[in-house]
Design a protein around this ligand. Structure first.
Ligand code: FNR
Length: 371
C-alpha cells in the first residue's frame, strides 16, 4: 500500500516508496550505480563530513535564495539534471519533470536519451521556461550537429556535453533486471539510436552504443563553432581538467561522477569542488567559469554546503525520478517545494539572506579530506 504523498517529508522518503512500488526493471535502471556502488554512497556521505559555522544575530527576516545559472534567473539554486528513460518510471516521461520545473522556475536539463521526443519536452515548457540540452556525442558528428542546432533553434540555453561516459559503466542491478523499453524515443531526433538494441546487458548498455569514445579536447572548438549556446562539460573530476576547461573557453563545468554510475572510486563532486575552488581563486579565475556539482544532493543543507564552497548551483537526479515514478507531477512538485522550504530555513539558521553571502567561512570542510 502507498503512503499518502503528504507522508513524504523529505527526498529520501520518495526513494523508500519507489523501492517498494516501482517495477523491478525501472527501479534497477534508476537506482543502480557502477560495480559495488561505493562512489554512489560516497556522493551522499561526503556531505556528512562538512559542518556549518553559522553566523548569529543576522537579520534573516527576509531570505532570498534565487540565483542565476548561465545567465538565467532561477528561483532556487538547484536544477533537474539529465536522466535517461523517463518513461520507465512514468507513462508521460520527462514532460512531468518539465512541468514541475516550470512551476518552480528551475532549469531542466533534457537528456539525449529521453523517452519523450525532444520537441515534446520543449513544447511542454511554459513561456520563458529555460531548458538545457545534455549531449552524448555520436560517432556520426552529422547527427550530433543536427541535434545541437535543433536544440538551439528550439531555444535551449545551455549545452552540457557529458564527458565521463566514453563507455557506460557496469551497473549490475540494471543488467540483472533485463530491461524492456516501454516504447521510448531514445535518440529522439529519430537518428542513430533506434536501431535494434541488445537488451541482454540492461538498459544502459542497450541504448549507449552510439556514444563516441574518441571524443577529446580537440573536439571542443568544433562545438564552439556550431553553437552559440554556452557550453558546459558535465563529469569533470579533477582541478587540472577544470583549468583545461577554462583554457578551452567553455562557460562551465559540472563536477560529477554521473551519480556513481561510471567510474567506481571516483570522488564525490563536493570533494572535487573543495579541491577546485581554492585553486581557481588563487589563480584569479573564479569568474571565468561557472562551477556546478551533482551527485547525492538530498537536502538543502547539501545545497548550501555546495554554494558555500563556491558552486553556482547543484543538479539533482534520482530524487526527482523517484518522486515522478511514485506520485507523478504532484510528487515532483512536492519534492521541489520541500527543498525550497528547507532552503529558506537553512539560510536563516546559517545567517545568510542571499546566496551571495554564502562563502567558505560558513563551513568547516576539513573532514572532507581527513577521513
Ligand atoms: C543519469 N545521469 C545521466 N547523465 C548524463 O549525462 N546523461 C544521461 O543520460 C544520464 N542518465 C541518467 C539516468 C539515471 C537513471 C540516473 C540516476 C543518472 C547522471 C545524472 O545526470 C547525474 O549526474 C546524477 O544523477 C546525479 O546524482 P543523483 O542526484 O542521482 O545522486
Amino acid at each position: 500500500e502507498m503512503p499518502l504523498l503528504e507522508q513524504c517529508y523529505n527526498l529520501m522518503d520518495f526513494e523508500a516508496v519507489a523501492r517498494r512500488v516501482m517495477k523491478k526493471g525501472a527501479w534497477g535502471y534508476y537506482s543502480s550505480a557502477a560495480d559495488d556502488e561505493i562512489t554512489m554512497r560516497e556522493n551522499h556521505s561526503a556531505f556528512q563530513r562538512i559542518w556549518f559555522r553559522p553566523k548569529i544575530l543576522v537579520d534573516v527576516e527576509k531570505v532570498d535564495f534565487s540565483t542565476t545559472m548561465l545567465g538565467t534567473k532561477v528561483d532556487a539554486p538547484f536544477y533537474v539534471t539529465a536522466t535517461a528513460l523517463g518513461k520507465l518510471g512514468h507513462v508521460e516521461g520527462e514532460v512531468v519533470l518539465t512541468r514541475a520545473a516550470g512551476k518552480h522556475n528551475v532549469v531542466q536539463m533534457i537528456p539525449t536519451l529521453a523517452s519523450c521526443a525532444f520537441d515534446d519536452i520543449v513544447d511542454a515548457a511554459g513561456p520563458g521556461q529555460v531548458q538545457w540540452l545534455q549531449l552524448y556525442v555520436n560517432k556520426d558528428r552529422g547527427i550530433t550537429r543536427r541535434i545541437v542546432e535543433h536544440a538551439e533553434r528550439r531555444g535551449c540555453k545551455g549545452l552540457f556535453i557529458t564527458v565521463d561516459a566514453p563507455q557506460l559503466g557496469r551497473r549490475e542491478k540494471d543488467m540483472r533486471s533485463k530491461f524492456t523499453d516501454p516504447g521510448s524515443h531514445v535518440q529522439s531526433t529519430g537518428e542513430g539510436g533506434e536501431a535494434a538494441v541488445d537488451n541482454s546487458q540492461g538498459a544502459a548498455r542497450a541504448i549507449s552504443s552510439f556514444i563516441d569514445p574518441a571524443l577529446s579536447w580537440k573536439d571542443i572548438p568544433w562545438f564552439q563553432s556550431i553553437t552559440k549556446m554556452p557550453i558546459v562539460l558535465k563529469g569533470v573530476q579533477r582541478v587540472e581538467d577544470v583549468l583545461k576547461a577554462v583554457e578551452a573557453g567553455v562557460q562551465g563545468v559540472v563536477l560529477s561522477n554521473h551519480g556513481g554510475r561510471q567510474l567506481e572510486f571516483s570522488r564525490s563532486g563536493i570533494e572535487i569542488l573543495a579541491e577546485t575552488m581554492p585553486v581557481l581563486r588563487q589563480m584569479g579565475l573564479e569568474d571565468k567559469i561557472e562551477v556546478y556539482v551533482d551527485g547525492g544532493v538530498r537536502r538543502a543543507t547539501d545545497i548550501v554546503k555546495a554554494l558555500c564552497l563556491g558552486a553556482k548551483g547543484v543538479g539533482i537526479g534520482r530524487p526527482f525520478l523517484y518522486a515522478m515514478s511514485t506520485y507523478g507531477l504532484r510528487g515532483v512538485d512536492r519534492a521541489m517545494q520541500l527543498l525550497k522550504d528547507e532552503m529558506e530555513m537553512n539560510m536563516r539558521l546559517i545567517g545568510a539572506t542571499t546566496v551571495d553571502e554564502l562563502n567558505p567561512s560558513l563551513v568547516d570542510a576539513r573532514g572532507l579530506f581527513n577521513h
